[in-house]
Write a protein that binds this ligand. Sequence first.
Ligand SMILES: NC(=O)c1ccc[n+]([C@@H]2O[C@H](COP(=O)([O-])OP(=O)(O)OC[C@H]3O[C@@H](n4cnc5c(N)ncnc54)[C@H](OP(=O)(O)O)[C@@H]3O)[C@@H](O)[C@H]2O)c1
Length: 257
Amino acid sequence: MMAASAISGKHALVTGGGSGVGRAIALALAEAGIEVTICGRRDAELAKVAGENDRIHALSADVTNEAAMTSLYAQAEALRGPFDIVVANAGMAGSTPAHRTSLADWQRTLDVNLTGAFLTVKPALAGMAARKAGRIVFVASTAGLKGYAYVAPYVAAKHGVVGLMRALAAETAKSGITVNAVCPGFVETDMLEESIQRIVEKTGRSAEQARTSLASTNPQGRFIQPQEVAAAVLWLCGDAAASITGQAISISGGETW
Ligand SMILES: NC(=O)c1ccc[n+]([C@@H]2O[C@H](COP(=O)([O-])OP(=O)(O)OC[C@H]3O[C@@H](n4cnc5c(N)ncnc54)[C@H](OP(=O)(O)O)[C@@H]3O)[C@@H](O)[C@H]2O)c1
């Protein structure tokens, strides 16, 4: 792991920083001396995380809204300088058999997870290229690397995120920018709790049975902790990872490789 001081003083954007994985990433970056702007739609959740570290600053924005993301960039960069690091973490998941997935659910899942990731990083690209420096990290999923049943739009969106990452890595390789994705298996966050609740409602299994079944997808037989994802993101944002670009890094106890 690189020395924290090598990246201190920079400015990072973390979408979905008000909870779960995004909160852990925001805290890890802030503890490394980075000013971190977090965004999401729930002001109260964002304010709580901002209250945990003076270097974390909350701004509300919906990643599916291009004008809102442009305005977030304008406000945050006027206050703390251009983003050196952009972490596209915001996401959502639902579950339904593919043949019963409505077009609206399909579209919403792609809007948040894929188009939202594009709108999160697009405003950073020209400035990073001009400065010949930048770090972009997508929080994808093992669902970006393999298929799972009953989550077709989410799997399609996360595969799209991995493709977007690879395209941007190719496009920026000569510009001093690295672009990577982290691909966690099941992480212990609100999103996981919602998945467990859906299994309970749809199958009649107990929460404990649902939990055990999801944890068993990880060969280590456990859930990933948000801090484990954050540690990988912190490393990717540092100088020691300068030659790592275009990679989809599985954080899954060996579920995928
Ligand atoms: N938990 C897992 O098992 C797991 C596994 C692999 C990958 N991931 C990925 O990890 C990322 C974080 O998820 P999590 O597990 O930490 O779940 P989470 O606690 O539900 O976090 C999702 C975050 O995304 C934000 N968000 C959702 N829609 C948004 C929108 N339209 N605009 C702005 N922000 C939005 C939410 O904030 P608001 O509601 O305030 O907008 C929330 O803070 C997601 O991309 C997810 O796909 C999670």
